[in-house]
Design a protein around this ligand. Structure first.
Ligand code: G3H
Ligand code: 13P
Ligand code: ZN
Length: 330
């Protein structure tokens, strides 16, 4: 058993308490390789932001679970070396089984998500409670989920019916004992969060996606005041990155994200954790595609992964300062 405290990590309890009080959200950035991790830590140290390092089961398979654990431990030390020891949590993203959550807890994770949102309500409760009971024995925090995030392939009707039902949240919390709750209010995973026909055009001809369902968020906040809420699928899909990708051989069509001002508004509410993965992927891809086009004869990976890491770092710094409000909170 590797205890997260021995790796220098923290769970999310204190992070969320402060975020709730301070009206900001903790960034939860996904990583699966060294350059992503370096960029996250550099950005969060430079902006003095706490951070949740997020690892999916796919990332664990890709990078190797032992390596990832040492990378997280290394990240804590790296932050110290950079001169500002920020709080770092290591979180399992979208855990789908008790066994996976248990394995992460035994391998140094300080926080896990058990995503039972695709199960029937009672099954979601049973699975989530099982994970909570085990995790809390080790002082590991647990994120549950109610409501299913819309996929762009769904029709509008299906999306509407998958929003979190506020009337379920108190019951879910009391029956499971989760420490935070992911909800569905209109965000979704990936770079195509809305169809163009769901959007309107502003005066400059830019597509503006529909508003997140802040009414549902407010209703949930009323029912469980002070309880940490999590937003998945919160990439903004920056158009400058999409443009670089498409101008350099990429083919991203109808890429649309969550506008930053809506995330800023959410971060000031009970939303204490905002999940961002796709924007990092876009930034890395943009930098690498540009480099390959401009320097076709280069073949040293450091030459193109270096600029990718720099672009990623600037993206994360921007988010901490201007979107999540987590800068200067570490
Ligand atoms: O929500 C999912 C995250 O973006 C992780 O994606 O399973 O491809 O690593 P992944
Ligand atoms: P994005 O695809 O919007 O970055 O969402 C990431 C996420 O929710 C990870 O759990
Ligand atoms: Zn997610």
């Amino acid at each position: 058993m590797t205890k997260y405290k021995d790796l220098g990590l923290v769970n999310t309890k204190e992070l969320f308490k402060k975020a709730m009080k301070g009206g900001y959200a903790i960034p939860a950035y996904n990583f699966n390789n060294m350059e992503q991790l370096q960029a996250i830590i550099q950005a969060c140290v430079e902006t003095k932001s706490p951070v949740i390092l997020q690892v999916s089961s796919g990332a664990r398979k890709y990078a190797n679970k032992t390596l990832l654990r040492y990378m997280a431990q290394g990240a804590v030390e790296f932050a110290k070396e950079l001169g500002y020891p920020i709080p770092v949590a290591l979180h399992l993203d979208h855990g789908d089984t008790f066994e996976l959550c248990k394995d992460c807890i035994e391998n140094g994770f300080s926080s896990v998500m058990i995503d039972g949102s695709h199960h029937k309500y009672e099954e979601n409760i049973a699975l989530t409670k099982k994970v909570v009971d085990y995790a809390h024995q080790h002082d590991v925090t647990v994120e549950g989920e109610l409501g299913v995030l819309a996929g762009v392939e769904d029709d509008v009707q299906a999306e509407t019916s998958n929003y979190t039902k506020p009337e379920e949240v108190e019951d879910f919390l009391s029956k499971t004992g989760v420490d935070s709750l992911a909800i569905s209010i209109g965000t979704s995973h990936g770079a195509n969060k809305f169809k163009p026909e769901q959007c309107t055009r502003n005066a400059d001809g830019v597509l503006v996606p529909p508003m997140l369902r802040f009414d549902i968020l407010e209703e949930i906040e009323k029912r469980i005041p002070g309880f940490p809420i999590v937003l998945h699928g919160s990439s903004s899909v920056p158009m400058d990155k999409v443009k670089i990708i498409n101008e350099n051989g990429g083919a991203l069509k109808d890429a649309i994200g969550i506008p930053e001002d809506q995330l800023r508004k959410a971060a000031k509410s009970a939303v204490c954790k905002i999940n961002i993965d796709s924007d990092g992927r876009l930034a890395m891809t943009a930098a690498i595609r540009k480099y390959f086009k401009e320097k076709p004869s280069e073949f040293d990976p450091r030459k193109y992964l270096g600029p990718a890491r720099d672009m990623l770092k600037e993206l994360y710094k921007h988010k901490n300062v201007n979107v999540l409000g987590s800068a200067n909170q570490a």
